[in-house]
Design a protein around this ligand. Structure first.
Ligand SMILES: C[S@@+](CC[C@H](N)C(=O)[O-])C[C@H]1O[C@@H](n2cnc3c(N)ncnc32)[C@H](O)[C@@H]1O
Length: 218
């Protein structure tokens, strides 16, 4: 782990302070153009918030080599796990922000992302902690601002209460269109959406995940 952090992380790191790494955002009134974080031109830019052990992000990067994948995850063991995937599969189309995503989101320009993933975010079940949930009215407004027209927001949870919370807030926006037409559309994980560690844990423990896809209105 230490050698990956030392040898590979600097090549993939997004330094939030803009210093000492090859992919530091070029500061332009605080704004970050995400395509500039990649050495080669990318067809699209996708963002995963809270990638955990990185298995979903690595799968997407491997299967979409012309897409730039940005992952944000403050949990350092998760960053090390993603580095292991990146090294094993020789992935060069990922960039990692090992930090809270929220200040980073504020620095991204409108309509810069084609996909945004928030998979099994911490549910914070106690009422007094619900303000810590990453999905809020305000963050959904930000997600919508960042998505290109026709882009896709993917949310997953195994917590029924958080599922309702997500649906109320996302479907409350006229610019996010829920793509489910029948139960199978949200109860069954699509083929281009690999299982994550938290999904596997939920199923093992008898909970049923929900896979929610929303299209950003044109
Ligand atoms: C329950 S885990 C799910 C991990 C992974 N998505 C999965 O499905 O296995 C939630 C993850 O979100 C990360 N996280 C929580 N708040 C975050 C934030 N503000 N910015 C980025 N990541 C965050 C946590 O560190 C944690 O790894």
């Amino acid at each position: 782990m230490q050698s990956l952090m030392r040898d590979l992380l600097p090549a993939l790191l997004i330094a939030s302070d803009g210093s000492e790494c090859p992919h530091s955002p070029e500061s332009n009134a605080g704004q970050i153009e995400p395509s500039s974080l990649f050495a080669a031109p990318m067809r699209e830019i996708w963002l995963e918030i809270g990638f955990g052990a990185g298995e979903h992000l690595a799968w997407q990067a491997e299967n979409n080599p012309d897409v730039g994948l940005i992952g944000c995850e403050p949990y350092i063991n998760g960053v090390a796990s993603l580095l292991r995937h990146a090294s094993d599969r020789d992935l060069s189309n990922i960039r990692i922000l090992p930090d809270d995503v929220r200040p980073f989101l504020e620095r991204l320009p409108d309509a810069c992302l084609t996909r945004l993933f928030v998979l099994f975010p911490d549910p914070w079940p106690k009422r007094r902690h619900q303000e810590r949930r990453i999905v809020q009215w305000e963050t959904l407004a930000t997600f919508s601002r960042l998505l290109k027209p026709g882009g896709e927001l993917r949310l997953a949870t195994d917590d029924p209460q958080y599922q309702r919370w997500m649906l109320i807030r996302a479907t409350g926006r006229s610019d996010l269109i829920w793509l489910a037409q029948r139960p199978g559309d949200w109860k069954v994980r699509p083929d281009d959406w690999p299982e994550t560690r938290y999904e596997a844990k939920a199923i093992k423990e008898g909970r049923s995940p929900a896979f929610l896809r929303f299209r950003k209105a044109a």
